[in-house]
Design a protein around this ligand. Sequence first.
Ligand code: HEC
Ligand code: HEC
Ligand code: HEC
Ligand code: HEC
Ligand code: HEC
Ligand code: HEC
Ligand code: HEC
Ligand code: HEC
Ligand code: HEC
Ligand code: HEC
Ligand code: HEC
Ligand code: HEC
Length: 299
Amino acid sequence: MEIRKRSLFLVIGVSFVFLLAGCIQQLPKETAAAPPVVEKKVEEEVTKPTNFYTEKLKPLTPAECGRCHSFLYGLLQKEGAKHKGVLCTDCHKEFHVYNPIKQNWVEIMPKCERCHGVCHGEKLAKCSMCHIEPHAPLRIPMSAFLENNCATCHSKEAKEVNQFLSKHTEIGCSACHEKHGYIPSCMDCHEPHTATLTTNKQCLACHPVHSPTRRLKYALDTPNEICAACHGEIADTLAHNKSKHHDVACVRCHGKHKYIPKCEMCHGQPHTKALLMKFPNCLECHIDPHNLPTKVAAE
Ligand code: HEC
Ligand code: HEC
Ligand code: HEC
Ligand code: HEC
Ligand code: HEC
Ligand code: HEC
Ligand code: HEC
Ligand code: HEC
Ligand code: HEC
Ligand code: HEC
Ligand code: HEC
Ligand code: HEC
């Protein structure tokens, strides 16, 4: 379509040029009866060259090609990426030689391999399967072929997704990466636990996105509020408890999700061996780490 439209413009353009040329040719015809006058006129126009064929020819610049191929020039200008550093004629060593009888289109068109080799390996040797537009080389639409080859280039992420099976394994790469290189927001698909969680970075601190079922160590500044979203009762109890555990953050004791600490981790052996032999479970007396009985409370 595009080519046809441009050709039509060209035809109109060229016709216009011929019309002009016609006018110019008529001039000498009218004055043919009096040749000396014509000579005089030429002498008067000092700027007019007497020889039109003096310039040294240079290859057409991209802008010159672009006068006729304005669409492709514009495309390179907008989406050419590093191909903006490549001349039309660097790629098109030959052009305007297409012959429908010879059916030589493929033959005359530039080959990516000439400059890049088979850069991603033999399995991805058919460049146009992904790079659909040479004049916009980073325009790579999602396709089944691309989807089947994420792992060819991103083996690390693919390995992680498949090693730690999760719901994210099931949905597949392109459910999140809708376009190549696009990074989704977790909130496109999930409600955050609390309103204070607003960025991917915060979520990623607890959930590695390619292996979300893996348990990570919590950062020590993780607020209790996040745990409270699911463990409301415990958080509430601790918040009202008057003991010194009130000031100990959940994640200080529970360094990873579901990890249960030993009291000795922080307290060593606070009582005599004899007492602890008799009562090996600290909670027999201290009842509940989230609700330690305190002297104040006992009174
Ligand atoms: C990086 C290499 C590269 C550069 C730079 C490049 N081209 Fe191309 N061009 C190609 C390839 C490859 C094709 C073949 C596409 C196909 O077979 O569909 C092509 C096709 C074309 C076509 C025919 C197909 C169409 O889309 O109309 C024209 C016309 C064309 N180029 C003009 C230009 C012009 C003008 C420039 C500079 C402004 C330019 N090209 C710059 C690689 C390049
Ligand atoms: C005076 C106008 C004009 C200029 C300047 C021009 N072209 Fe073309 N070109 C055409 C026309 C007309 C066609 C055929 C219709 C089409 O494909 O748009 C064409 C076709 C092409 C094609 C595809 C067919 C083939 O035989 O190669 C390529 C590639 C191409 N041009 C490249 C270039 C490059 C590169 C330049 C600059 C070095 C350039 N053209 C300069 C008018 C021009
Ligand atoms: C005449 C040589 C030449 C040809 C032919 C050529 N390229 Fe390039 N291409 C380059 C150069 C030079 C760069 C910039 C390399 C750099 O700076 O690292 C480049 C860069 C690229 C990039 C990276 C762009 C970016 O901004 O990151 C892609 C993708 C690419 N080319 C794809 C292709 C594809 C696909 C083809 C075939 C349709 C092709 N190239 C044909 C010379 C060429
Ligand atoms: C399965 C799809 C696919 C195929 C087939 C493919 N590419 Fe790529 N190529 C990509 C993707 C995706 C990128 C990364 C683009 C980005 O950086 O956004 C890329 C990047 C590039 C780059 C930039 C340099 C780099 O490696 O980062 C060049 C050059 C390139 N491709 C050339 C080629 C050439 C030449 C061929 C054919 C021999 C080819 N590609 C085949 C998908 C493909
Ligand atoms: C031909 C190799 C190739 C293929 C196939 C490929 N990629 Fe890429 N991808 C790249 C390259 C190269 C980059 C750029 C890396 C960079 O900028 O550091 C990239 C970048 C990315 C990024 C962005 C990284 C960032 O830091 O922003 C994501 C996400 C991504 N790819 C996902 C995918 C997914 C999903 C698929 C399959 C649908 C896929 N890629 C297929 C080569 C490829
Ligand atoms: C649930 C959504 C989701 C799925 C499914 C997913 N990703 Fe990602 N991916 C992300 C997010 C979010 C990031 C950004 C992570 C970050 O910022 O550290 C990312 C980052 C990446 C990156 C950039 C690497 C980096 O460390 O920045 C690549 C490459 C990538 N993913 C490839 C893949 C591949 C390949 C698959 C399938 C095997 C896949 N992803 C599946 C959401 C997803
Ligand atoms: C394209 C949608 C999508 C995006 C984006 C997405 N997820 Fe998911 N995620 C899902 C689906 C679907 C499930 C399974 C159903 C559910 O638990 O809601 C899931 C499940 C999870 C699970 C539970 C894992 C399991 O196997 O039980 C966690 C944790 C999770 N996502 C975290 C994240 C985080 C963190 C991000 C951002 C880095 C994110 N997700 C981005 C779709 C998505
Ligand atoms: C402080 C750590 C932490 C942060 C930050 C965090 N989560 Fe979670 N998330 C958890 C824990 C713990 C679970 C429960 C896991 C289990 O059931 O084993 C969970 C469960 C989930 C689940 C599984 C479904 C459910 O609701 O039970 C999804 C989805 C999820 N989180 C998404 C997110 C998103 C999105 C963010 C960022 C807005 C986020 N999480 C931030 C700790 C966190
Ligand atoms: C998205 C909801 C969610 C969030 C957020 C969450 N948890 Fe959990 N947590 C759960 C679920 C579900 C279980 C499993 C309950 C069960 O097995 O009965 C669990 C279990 C636990 C257990 C172990 C329970 C046992 O019986 O062994 C601990 C300890 C725990 N969570 C602490 C935390 C801490 C600390 C935080 C904050 C950093 C947190 N959780 C955040 C949902 C969550
Ligand atoms: C992550 C470390 C940590 C763990 C694990 C821990 N505690 Fe504590 N506990 C503390 C800190 C810190 C204090 C305050 C100490 C201070 O200020 O002298 C404290 C204080 C106490 C006190 C005194 C309370 C008061 O208000 O005077 C008792 C009793 C106590 N812990 C019992 C236990 C028991 C029983 C366990 C196991 C169920 C336990 N702790 C596990 C850190 C911990
Ligand atoms: C001083 C250390 C400490 C602090 C602080 C702490 N916990 Fe615990 N937590 C424990 C210990 C020890 C157990 C095991 C109790 C037992 O064996 O009965 C436990 C058990 C749990 C359990 C599972 C048992 C149950 O009662 O359901 C959950 C869930 C839990 N804690 C959540 C939290 C949350 C949420 C916070 C912060 C609001 C928090 N914890 C603060 C030490 C602590
Ligand atoms: C037989 C009951 C009993 C057992 C078992 C017990 N404690 Fe105590 N613990 C006490 C009493 C009583 C106090 C003194 C309360 C006070 O002074 O307020 C105390 C005080 C403490 C204190 C506060 C010390 C201080 O200097 O303020 C810590 C910490 C403590 N116990 C930790 C533990 C740990 C850890 C265990 C298990 C290894 C444990 N206790 C087992 C009864 C017990």
